[in-house]
Write a protein that binds this ligand. Structure first.
Ligand SMILES: Cc1cc2nc3c(=O)[nH]c(=O)nc-3n(C[C@H](O)[C@H](O)[C@H](O)COP(=O)(O)O)c2cc1C
Length: 177
């Protein structure tokens, strides 16, 4: 099966995870590069105006894949904004897709992700996996917000989350293996 791992990362964690996943699935790794630099200012405007920031590669270039697995952070309860153009392209040309994230691990558990994906693409994802960093950090002392932001995925965490993702994928898309 022709699979692309389509990753976006602001501080490195999701890129690391995407690399592990692509290796295990022998899938092509496609990194999304926003055309304009991402800053806290730009993402605030993207949030307020519901913009779809332009990025490379062009979303149409992913047509050749049979399954797209997006790997990106959660921002303010939503899929990271650089993915929006790619999700909108799926609405025009439907294709199987999933969303996986190393997120901060919000208290509320990011409950709106699946509904947002459905709204933006017009179809349900085959897989949603939201792994909060807080669950990867040691419990004592209690992790701080700053500690979670600075944390980088180690090889052990990467292997563990990848295993979890593969188990879920095996159930929903056996043809991926
Ligand atoms: C502006 C902003 C908003 C965020 N909002 C959320 C959120 O709503 N829920 C959550 O679980 N994590 C949230 N986070 C934390 C990121 O999802 C988390 O740090 C993620 O692992 C970063 O991934 P990256 O290293 O690939 O960029 C937010 C981070 C930023 C920068």
């Amino acid at each position: 099966m022709n699979i692309a791992i389509v990753s976006y990362s602001f501080t490195g964690k999701n890129d690391r995870f995407a690399e592990c996943l692509a290796k295990e699935l022998s899938a092509e790794l496609v990194r999304i590069q926003p055309k304009k630099a991402v800053s806290y200012g730009s993402l605030t405007w993207d949030l307020l105006l519901q913009r779809k920031p332009a990025a490379e590669p062009e979303p149409e270039s992913l047509q050749r894949f049979e399954l797209l697995l997006f790997v990106a952070p959660v921002w303010m309860g939503q899929v990271a904004f650089p993915l929006r153009a790619y999700l909108a392209a799926l609405k025009q040309r439907p294709k199987a897709y999933g969303f996986l994230s190393i997120s901060g691990g919000a208290d509320s558990g990011n409950p709106w992700i699946a509904a947002e994906l459905m709204k933006r693409t017009g179809r349900e994802p085959i897989l949603v996996l939201d792994q909060g960093i807080r669950d990867l950090l040691q419990k004592e002392p209690a992790p701080t917000r700053d500690g979670a932001l600075k944390y980088q995925l180690n090889a052990e965490d990467c292997a563990r989350i990848t295993k979890r993702a593969l188990e879920q994928l095996r159930k929903t898309v056996p043809a991926a293996f």
